[in-house]
Design a binder for this molecule. Structure first.
Ligand SMILES: CC(C)(COP(=O)(O)OP(=O)(O)OC[C@H]1O[C@@H](n2cnc3c(N)ncnc32)[C@H](O)[C@@H]1OP(=O)(O)O)[C@@H](O)C(=O)NCCC(=O)NCCS
Length: 169
């Protein structure tokens, strides 16, 4: 089967919990770790699925998608609909995470490829993607998807790479 990108659904909640647990074990925190994250998974999924309509003070609207194959969530992505000052420094338009037990299977490259199509559908014409300078895998993923390195800059004491990918209409 081919992995597909879908919006969060309660049907895959067990797989999502497994995904988060694997990330927790590796001390990886992601876009799902916002302070008011509900421990009620039904509400959580509803929130993720409808987050595009939510505009909180410090957050811009965003869409979450899961890369799924045969009922297993392999990777997750958050697409921010616009940049605010913080995202310009850290995070950019698109963030992605692969389930640790599925690393090095090409899913990081795949989810960014599919996320870029979604970003284009959202009307984004130029995407900023950032990664820490020592995240070789992420830099490779961005470059394989056409990322052009604009600069390297220190944010919060850490060196980051800033890539742009143009999306044709
Ligand atoms: C970074 C991350 C997304 C990579 O996902 P992945 O599914 O393993 O990536 P892919 O399998 O598509 O691999 C992409 C490339 O990186 C290489 N790679 C993967 N892991 C690597 C590692 N630990 N060290 C060096 N290279 C690595 C792969 O070999 C591949 O290289 P190739 O194109 O030359 O064959 C994943 O490790 C992850 O989710 N990390 C935590 C969150 C994170 O860092 N997200 C990115 C935020 S910017």
């Amino acid at each position: 089967m081919k992995p597909v990108l879908i919006s969060p659904t309660i049907d895959l909640i067990d797989s999502w919990i497994e995904f988060i647990q694997e990330c927790d074990e590796k001390n990886i925190s992601g876009f799902w770790d916002y302070p008011d994250r509900s421990e009620n998974w039904k509400d959580y999924v509803k929130l993720e699925a409808t987050r595009r309509t939510i505009n909180r003070e410090s957050l811009v609207s965003s869409s979450t998608f899961w890369l799924v194959n045969d009922g297993e969530i392999l990777a997750a992505t958050s697409i921010r609909h616009r940049l605010n000052e913080k995202l310009k420094k850290f995070g950019g338009h698109i963030g992605y995470y692969v389930k640790p037990s599925q690393w090095k299977n090409g899913y990081g490259t795949k989810i960014l490829e599919l996320a870029l199509l979604e970003a284009r559908n959202l009307g984004i014409r130029k995407t900023l993607i950032t990664c820490s300078d020592d995240n070789i895998a992420s830099a490779k993923i961005i470059e394989k998807n056409g990322g052009v390195l604009e600069k390297k800059e220190i944010y919060n004491g850490k060196l980051y790479r800033y890539y742009w990918i143009g999306l044709s209409s």
